[in-house]
Design a protein around this ligand. Structure first.
Ligand code: BTN
Length: 256
């Protein structure tokens, strides 16, 4: 179904063409996963800042073995290609979380590493994947934001929400996508110049800071209190068993 806010490169790029993120935008109808498409484009250095958008994915994926499902035209489904980015992977993950939360709502929160919550329910997820290329590491950052969903499958209906549900109106995905890309551009700049500001923002938005949590890292469980985040080493836990341990985002998940 074509919606009034169907993705159109020209509408999305208006005002963004002189920036890094979004100066090139490619829109697809239905694809396997935008991260897979972006990964192909990441083979060329000239595609730094490229944004791949799709109305639907056949094999959208989340962290771990999770699937990421959305009907045609219901979500913002996008992947950003970053080439020769100097920001560490841990900080990049925090930067995209802060940028996505800010674009969605002043009330949005971050559940480390890459879930965005609004009013206690998950509204967006981020999947950061990296690959080695002939010219160094390329990062592909996939973002899915629930926009027009009115209901969710039974298994996630109590924990997922959408912008339309929360605002009791119909959002415009083009406006939101533009806000997202501008926010990413600004937060990447901040991460490079003032990384502590990203940490501070993460602390302000974090659902986990100060909480007693259990994480799973390399198939082992660790319980403790989250005392902060390190831009190189990841989540900081004051372990119940004593001592402090760092948990990198890529190899760690929060136990439920
Ligand atoms: C998560 O919730 O675990 C992360 C979800 C990430 C979903 C986005 S949608 C665009 C990009 N393509 C994918 O296949 N996944 C990410």
């Amino acid at each position: 179904m074509n919606r009034p806010d169907s993705f159109e490169p020209d509408k999305i790029q208006a005002g963004l063409k002189n920036l890094r993120i979004g100066k090139k935008v490619i829109v697809f109808g239905s694809v396997s996963s935008t991260n897979d498409i972006a990964s192909e484009y990441a083979k060329s250095e000239s595609n730094d800042g490229l944004v791949i958008l799709a109305e639907q994915q056949q094999s959208g994926r989340g962290r771990g073995n999770n699937k990421w499902l959305s009907d045609y035209g219901d979500s913002i489904i996008c992947s950003v290609v970053l080439i020769k980015e100097s920001i560490s992977k841990e900080l990049l993950s925090l930067t995209f979380a802060a940028a996505t939360a800010e674009a969605i709502s002043p009330k949005a929160k971050i559940k480390w590493p890459n879930d965005i919550f609004l009013n206690g329910k998950k509204i967006a997820g981020i999947l950061l994947e990296s690959k080695q290329t002939g010219f160094g590491t390329a990062h592909i950052v996939g973002i899915g934001i629930n926009c027009h969903q009115k209901t969710f499958p039974a298994e996630i209906k109590d924990i997922a929400t959408s912008i339309d549900i929360e605002t009791k109106s119909i959002c415009d995905r083009i406006i939101l996508t533009k806000r997202l890309l501008s926010s990413i551009e600004q937060w990447l700049d901040t991460a490079r110049k003032k990384p502590q500001q990203v940490i501070k923002s993460w602390e302000n938005l974090s659902l986990l800071l100060g909480q007693r949590i259990t994480v799973v890292h390399n198939k082992k469980r660790f319980s403790g209190t989250c005392t902060g985040i390190d831009p190189q080493k990841g989540l900081i836990l004051q372990l119940d068993s004593g001592g402090i341990q760092f948990f990198p985002a890529e190899q760690t998940s929060i136990a439920h």
